[in-house]
Design a protein around this ligand. Structure first.
Ligand code: G6P
Ligand code: ZN
Length: 540
C-alpha cells in the first residue's frame, strides 16, 4: 500500500447526480483518486464493508474501476462486487446494494452525456439504501476534497473479463454477471407470462439501447425471457463512445427511433433508455408519451402489475414535472409530493413508505423496488399495463386524459449558454416574483409565483432555490431553472405546462397549445435576447 501526497482540486462539488466532468478533467493526476479517497474518509463504515462497483461502459470506465479497486483495498474494504467488464446499469447498482446488503456503491457514468476521449465521465456514490447520497454527505465530501493531503492506494489489477473470485491485497473481489439479478427482480414485479403472450402475438416492439448499458439487459429480458425477436433491439451493443452519439433518449438524439415510430409501418410500441439505464422514453405508433404523463398513467394503472396489486401508497414528482400525477393521486385518495429535481430527494419518502412510485420530467420513473430511476422497469410497467388492458398506447393516453384532464407539456433547453447570461435571466424573473400574482398577461392571470423551497417531510431538511415557478389561474404554469448536470457553460431549462380539463380538447397541437405560456415566459424574462439564441437547443 502506498500513501500518496496529493494535490488538491477545488472543483469537486457533486451536482444533481454526482461528480460529472469531461474525461480530460478526470484524467488529471490524482483527480479521481482524491474524490474517491474523500468518500472513504467521509464514510467510515466502508472499512470492513461491502461495496458494489460498476458503470455504463463508457470510455475511462475500465481505468477508473481499477483505480477505485486499488483505493478500496488500501482503505480496508472487505469485499467489492464488480460487474463483469465493469458493466452495471444504475438501477442494477441500486438493486445489488439492497439485495446483498452492501454498505454502498459507486456508479461510474455521466448518464446521457456523450462519451469517448472528448466526452464526459462521472462518478456517483450511492448509500446503503441503494440511493444516491444525500446532500449532507456530498457536501461533506466536497469539503474534504478542499483540505485533504493524502490518499491511500494499493498495487494490483483485477481481471474484469472473467466471472469469479480473486483478491486484491486483503480485499476480496467478486466479478459477477451484471444482468441476472436485475432480470430476476423484474420477473418478480411484472407478469412476464402475460407480457410474453402479448409480445409474441399482438404487440410489435422496438427498443433502442443507444449503444449504452441496457443492451445486455434488453437482450436477456426482451429476447431471452419475453420471446421478442432480437432484431427488435436497436444499438444493443455497448460502446465506449456510444457510437459517437449522445445516449440521451430524446427526439434529437434518438431520432432513428422517433422516425420509425412516426413513419409508415411503425411498430405498436417503441422505447429507449439512456447511457446508464436509468431513464426511459415510451412511444406508441405516431405518439410520444411525455414522461410526466407516463408517471400519471403508471400511478393510475400500477395495480395491474403483480407487485403493485394491492395499490400504491403515494406518488412523488420533481417540481418541474407536470402536475398530471397530482390529479391522479387526488382522485385515488393517496398522498402526492413535489420534490426538487434530483432522484436523491425521493429517497426519504420511499424509505418511509410514503410513496410507491415517483418520476421526473427528465425521463425518469421508478418505484420502491430500488432507489434509482429505472428505465427498463418503466418500459416493463407499460408493457404490463398494455398487455392487461389490451389497448394501444394512444388509447391509454386518450382514456387517461378523458378521466383526469390533460397537462400539455414541453421542456425547452438552452444548452451551453454563458453562465452569467443564464444567471441574468434567472435574476430578472426572480426580481419580479412578488409583484406578479394578480397580473394578467396575454389573457392568463398569474395566481402565484415563487422560488421553490422543499421541506422534506421525513427529516425536516429544507432545500431552497430549486427553480422559479409562475402559476396561472387556468391551472397552467411555467417553471425556469438552471440545470445541475451540465459540464459546459450553463443550461437553462424552461418547462411549459398548459392544463385542459377532462371535458376539453385533448388533441390540440402541442406547441400551439403551449404558445401563450411560452410567450409570457419570454415577455417576463427576455430569455432569447439575453442568452443570444433564436430558440431552444432541444425541445422535449
Ligand atoms: C439526472 C438526475 C435527475 C435529474 C436530471 C436532470 O438524471 O438523476 O434527477 O432530473 O439529471 O437534471 P438537471 O439538473 O440537468 O435538470
Ligand atoms: Zn441516466
Amino acid at each position: 500500500m502506498t500513501d500518496v501526497q496529493t494535490t488538491r482540486y477545488d472543483d469537486q462539488k457533486p451536482g444533481t447526480s454526482g461528480l460529472r466532468k469531461t474525461v480530460s478533467v478526470f484524467k488529471q493526476p490524482h483527480y479521481l483518486e482524491n474524490f474517491v479517497q474523500a468518500i472513504f474518509d467521509c464514510v467510515p463504515e466502508l472499512k470492513g464493508g461491502l461495496l458494489i462497483l460498476g458503470g455504463d461502459g463508457r470510455y475511462h470506465n475500465d481505468v477508473a474501476i481499477q483505480t477505485i479497486l486499488r483505493i478500496a483495498a488500501a482503505n480496508g474494504v472487505a469485499k467489492v462486487m464488480v460487474g463483469k467488464d465493469g458493466i452495471l446499469s444504475t438501477p442494477a447498482v441500486s438493486n445489488m446494494i439492497r439485495q446483498y446488503g452492501a454498505n454502498g456503491g459507486f456508479v461510474l457514468s455521466a448518464s446521457h452525456n456523450p462519451g469517448g476521449p472528448d466526452g464526459d465521465f462521472g462518478i456517483k456514490y450511492n448509500v446503503s439504501n441503494g440511493g444516491p447520497a444525500a446532500t449532507s454527505l456530498t457536501d461533506a465530501v466536497f469539503e474534504r476534497t478542499k483540505v485533504m493531503e493524502h490518499y491511500q492506494i494499493a498495487d494490483g489489477h483485477v481481471d474484469l473479463s472473467t466471472l469469479g473470485h480473486s483478491n486484491l491485497g486483503a480485499m476480496a473481489v467478486s466479478v459477477f454477471d451484471p444482468v441476472t439479478d436485475y432480470a430476476d427482480l423484474m420477473e418478480t414485479l411484472f407478469d412476464f407470462e402475460t407480457i410474453r403472450r402479448f409480445l409474441t402475438s399482438d404487440l410489435s416492439l422496438i427498443f433502442d439501447a443507444m449503444h449504452a448499458v441496457t443492451g445486455p439487459y434488453a437482450q436477456e429480458i426482451f429476447v431471452r425471457r419475453l420471446g421478442v425477436n432480437s432484431d427488435a433491439l436497436m444499438n444493443a451493443t455497448p460502446l465506449p463512445d456510444f457510437g459517437g452519439g449522445h445516449p440521451d433518449p430524446n427526439p434529437v438524439y434518438a431520432k432513428a427511433l422517433f422516425d420509425r415510430m412516426f413513419g409508415d409501418d411503425a411498430p405498436d410500441f417503441g422505447a429507449a433508455s439512456d447511457g446508464d439505464g436509468d431513464r426511459n422514453i415510451v412511444l406508441g405508433r405516431g405518439v410520444y408519451v411525455s414522461p410526466s404523463d407516463s408517471l400519471a398513467v403508471i400511478t393510475a394503472n400500477a395495480h395491474l402489475a403483480p407487485a403493485y396489486r394491492d395499490g400504491i401508497k403515494g406518488v412523488a414528482r420533481s417540481m418541474p414535472t407536470s402536475r398530471a400525477s397530482d390529479v391522479v393521486a387526488a382522485a385515488m385518495g393517496i398522498e402526492s409530493f413535489e420534490t426538487p429535481t434530483g432522484w436523491k430527494y425521493f429517497g426519504n419518502l420511499l424509505d418511509a413508505g410514503r410513496i410507491t412510485v415517483c418520476g421526473e420530467e427528465s425521463a425518469g420513473t421508478s418505484s420502491d423496488h430500488v432507489r434509482e430511476k429505472d428505465g427498463l422497469w418503466a418500459i416493463l410497467m407499460w408493457l404490463n399495463i398494455l398487455a392487461v388492458r389490451r389497448l394501444s398506447v394512444q388509447d391509454i393516453l386518450t382514456d387517461h386524459w378523458a378521466t383526469y384532464g390533460r397537462h400539455y407539456y414541453s421542456r425547452h433547453d438552452y444548452e451551453s449558454v454563458a453562465a452569467d447570461k443564464a444567471e441574468d435571466v434567472m435574476a430578472r424573473l426572480q426580481g419580479q416574483l412578488t409583484t406578479l400574482p394578480g397580473t394578467t398577461l396575454r389573457k392568463e392571470t398569474i395566481s402565484a409565483a415563487d422560488s421553490f423551497t422543499y421541506h422534506d417531510p421525513i427529516d425536516g431538511s429544507v432545500t431552497e432555490n430549486q427553480g422559479l415557478r409562475v402559476m396561472f389561474e387556468s391551472g397552467s404554469r411555467f417553471v425556469m431553472r438552471l440545470s445541475g448536470t451540465g459540464t459546459a457553460g450553463a443550461t437553462l431549462r424552461l418547462y411549459l405546462e398548459a392544463y385542459e380539463p377532462k371535458d376539453g380538447d385533448h388533441h390540440a397541437d402541442l406547441s400551439k397549445r403551449l404558445e401563450p405560456i411560452a410567450a409570457i415566459a419570454e415577455d417576463l424574462t427576455n430569455l432569447r435576447q439575453t442568452v443570444g439564441r433564436d430558440g431552444p437547443s432541444v425541445v422535449s
